[in-house]
Design a binder for this molecule. Structure first.
Ligand SMILES: Nc1nc2c(ncn2[C@@H]2O[C@H](COP(=O)(O)OP(=O)(O)O)[C@@H](O)[C@H]2O)c(=O)[nH]1
Ligand SMILES: [Mg+2]
Length: 219
């Protein structure tokens, strides 16, 4: 029973910090997206494609979460968008306290959108609210179409599903419509995008959607 109590304590503390973050984001009218997926689904690649389009109109800050390395923050910075890297050490997810710490003293008044790329993991990040407006879940065609039913908790807490690596469909055994049907079966409110960061398919649509979300938050 003790382990259950400890977990509840961690989640309660996280929720307090997430609520504080949400009020800070609300005060500054910042749209916040929490990007989640397995390692290697294409989260950073999607940012590399979408940021050059969206940064034309909006000030964006990216927060990268990884166990080790500054690699993803460096990839994002090459697009001209500011990126902060958090190294979690061993932890398999970001917690709200990590976000609070890196934003402490940061001037948020000129930021329109914060994108948090979570640690690649389809389990733990589903339990940790980061004060975001919504979670965007990526799955890619190399992962097998049954992932939405194998990891339903992540699908349940996400608002958007991006099916990425469409260009690899000729080479992998992946039925896109089946994957989407599985996902909708778990969460029928999901908004769906189909992308390839290789060919650029679906990128413009996703960028237009992101811009509309940033705009909505200002109302
Ligand atoms: N063919 C193909 N490869 C992709 C696509 N998106 C990402 N990749 C590759 O998948 C690997 C992992 O991508 P990355 O963006 O680092 O994934 P992350 O771990 O989710 O951030 C890299 O080698 C990317 O070049 C895609 O749409 N098509
Ligand atoms: Mg990445």
């Amino acid at each position: 029973m003790k382990t259950v109590e400890v977990k509840k304590g961690i989640l309660e503390r996280n929720q307090e910090n997430a609520d504080l973050l949400r009020s800070i984001f609300y005060q500054n009218r910042i749209f916040v997206m929490n990007l989640v997926s397995s390692p290697g689904s294409g989260k950073t690649s999607l940012l590399e494609k979408v940021l050059p389009i969206v940064k034309e109109n909006y000030n964006i800050l990216v927060i990268e979460g990884d166990l080790q390395t500054e690699n993803d923050a460096e990839r994002v910075r090459k697009t001209g968008v500011e990126a902060i890297q958090i190294n979690t050490g061993g932890a398999c997810h970001l917690e709200a306290v990590n976000i609070l710490k890196v934003l402490k003293g940061y001037d948020l008044t000129k930021i329109d959108c914060i994108i948090i790329e979570n640690v690649g993991n389809l389990v733990c990040p589903s339990s940790f609210d980061l004060g975001e407006d919504l979670k965007v879940l990526l799955i890619s065609t190399t992962e097998g179409e049954d992932k939405p039913i194998k990891y339903p908790s992540m699908v349940r807490v996400s608002s958007v599903l991006v099916v990425n690596k469409l260009d690899l469909i000729p080479y992998v055994n992946f039925d896109v419509e089946k994957a989407i049907t599985y996902a909708i079966g778990v969460n029928n409110k999901l908004e769906i995008f189909k992308t390839s960061c290789f060919t650029g398919e679906g990128i413009e649509e996703f960028a237009v959607w992101l811009k509309s979300k940033i705009e909505d938050k200002k109302l």
